[in-house]
Write a protein that binds this ligand. Structure first.
Ligand code: URP
Ligand code: ZN
Ligand code: ZN
Length: 455
């Protein structure tokens, strides 16, 4: 079906203008100040978007849908994840394949098969948890299969995620550079965390989770991986930057010419560790932990100043009941939902701060991640000839985020009661409406795996 969206304000990263946009099949066919419906095929649906913004489909570049972890599985599997994403204007997610099998390519294929029920498009990062003989060939094969980025951890030694040896890690970085793979890092220094834990005299409440994994651990790990990237003259992508100290480390590295790409999440921007003191504190436990108001402010300023390239959510949802099973931070399932709330939260912050335009927001949640992960311009743009992933967004609509107005199977939102301005009214995936006027129309299995170009 062809669709003409008339009279909207189109917002791309490069420009904002009042234009009509004609979608033919799955592609954006034409953008012009005024397109006459009578010139188009008679079957064309005309959508009047007066007063609305027309955005490229949002990309959540950091999700864990259906994550099997700690003997359970997260609440939002691929169908639930696709559904809540469509409500949030998200048409693409970049999820993550664990390094589970002897060969990376097998881990990748397993995850790709698992993700077949997705109703929106998806790309994958491949986790790499250990160095092995012949790893370059393995990286070559996942690159050929469409992986654009690998993900490494500087912590979680206890569960086997940490590559401890610097030379081995550097060798993986070098191979990734040569093959055009982005290296993404969950940056927390395991040694600092282990030492604190070893001499810990405190308790294990949700608030203690933040004391056991301080911001200094993040900063140290960023300096460490930034040092390796600097020696190899390659970029490094820091996922879920959470603290002022981490940001200072990023600034320091950039000052030395290191190409650091920084991603943060809505929760590190807008939520702080005081939530962990509440009786329902476990709901707000994730890793890295929530920090102080001062850390929120530092990241907000960095966002405004253009020091952060991507906002993504680290959506990793457990049910309300699962989260509250234990008050012991060593047992609380870590992670929160967030994909659906991202755009309205950022838009509200943009308006209230008066310092972040919708064009900048589009860059942070669509164009930026598309460019980082080799998906641009097919994704992340409003260019003619590219995928018609389109969001109709009402910038004036006020509403309250709550468990009733959001769609995660977790049964809760970390932003309960937050009043926001800006609402997604319609989400098109490759020209097909997947959410319109509050009704989900996504189709199981309709999502496509996106092969990354060079990142
Ligand atoms: O607590 C979190 N963030 N869980 C998801 C896995 C990760 O480390 O990003
Ligand atoms: Zn992480
Ligand atoms: Zn994550």
């Amino acid at each position: 079906m062809d669709v003409l969206i008339k009279n909207g304000l189109l917002v791309d990263t490069e420009w904002t203008r009042h234009s009509d946009i004609f979608i033919s099949g799955s592609k954006i066919s034409r953008i012009a100040p005024s397109i006459d419906p009578s010139e188009l095929p008679a079957s064309t649906t005309v959508v009047y978007a007066d007063g609305l913004c027309v955005l490229p489909g949002i990309i959540d570049a950091h999700t864990h849908y259906h994550l099997v972890s700690r003997g359970t599985v997260t609440a939002d599997s691929f169908e639930e994840g696709s559904r809540l994403a469509a409500y949030g204007g998200v048409t693409t997610v970049v999820d993550f394949a664990d390094d589970r099998r002897p060969l990376l390519i097998d881990s990748f294929h397993d995850r790709r098969k698992e993700m077949a029920p997705m109703a929106i498009d998806y790309a994958l990062h491949q986790g790499v948890y250990r160095y092995r003989e012949g790893i370059r060939k393995e990286l070559e094969s996942i690159r050929r299969a469409g992986i654009g980025a690998i993900k490494i951890f500087t912590t979680y030694k206890d569960v086997g995620y940490l590559i401890d040896d610097r030379d081995e890690l550097k060798s993986i970085f070098r191979d990734a550079r040569d093959l055009g793979l982005m290296v993404c890092v969950h940056a927390e220094d395991d040694k600092i965390i282990t030492e604190i834990a070893a001499s810990w005299k405190g308790g294990y409440t949700p608030a203690d989770h933040a004391r056991l994994r301080p911001a200094e651990a993040e900063a140290a790990a960023i300096r460490y991986v930034g040092g390796i990237a600097g020696e190899l003259d390659m970029p490094v992508y820091i996922v879920h930057l959470s603290s002022r100290a981490g940001l200072e480390a990023v600034r320091e590295l950039r000052g030395h010419g290191v190409k650091v790409i920084a991603e943060t999440t809505p929760h590190y921007l807008f939520l702080d560790s005081s939530l962990l003191d509440r009786p329902d504190g476990p709901l707000y436990v994730m890793t890295p932990p929530l920090r102080s108001r001062d850390d929120n402010k530092a990241l907000q300023e960095a966002l405004i100043n253009g020091e952060i390239q991507v906002v993504a959510t680290d959506h990793c949802s457990f049910t309300y009941e699962q989260k509250l099973e234990s008050n012991d931070c060593r047992r609380i399932y870590p992670g929160i939902p967030g994909t659906e709330e991202m755009l309205p939260l950022l838009h509200t912050f943009g308006i209230s701060s008066g310092a972040l335009t919708l064009q900048q927001i589009v860059n942070l949640v669509s164009t930026g991640p598309a460019k980082c992960f080799g998906l641009y311009p097919e994704k992340g743009s409003l260019l003619e000839g590219t995928d018609a992933d389109i969001v109709l967004f009402d910038p004036a609509a006020s509403w309250t985020i709550s468990r009733e107005t959001t769609h995660s199977a977790s049964g809760y939102t970390a932003y309960e009661g937050t009043e926001v301005t800006g609402k997604v009214l319609m989400t098109y995936l490759r020209g097909r409406l997947v959410m319109g006027d509050g009704i989900y129309l996504g189709m199981k299995g309709d999502g496509r795996f996106l092969r990354a170009r060079k990142c």
